[in-house]
Every structure is written in structure tokens, then in C-alpha cells.
Design a protein around this ligand. Sequence first.
Ligand SMILES: [Zn+2]
Length: 59
Amino acid sequence: MPYSFKCKDAGMNCGFEVKGATSEEEVLSIAKVHAEKAHGLREVPKEVVDAVKRVIKKD
Ligand SMILES: [Zn+2]
């Protein structure tokens, strides 16, 4: 069951996507690295983590 995530679904004006992750945790860890590099978020607030979790898709 691959998990996918689109940054724009979390409300960002951004074309970043995660595809084929094997767990929600994997998506979150990839998204955190991306958030730090691309969006300058050194610490991802809990609201953002929750927003990301809501838009993660299980295919
Ligand atoms: Zn992004």
C-alpha cells in the first residue's frame, strides 16, 4: 500500500510530491526534510504535521 503526499494539498504553493512511501511515518520524515530545505521550516509545527497527515493518500 504505497502512501503519497502532495505539498500543495497541505496548502503550500509548491509542486513537491512524495510517492510510493511504505508508511505514513516515511511520508512524514520525507516531508520534514523537504519542509526544511524548501520552506525554511527548521521545526515543523504540530499543526503542519496534522495537516500533512490529513492529506496523505493511501493508494
Ligand atoms: Zn513544498
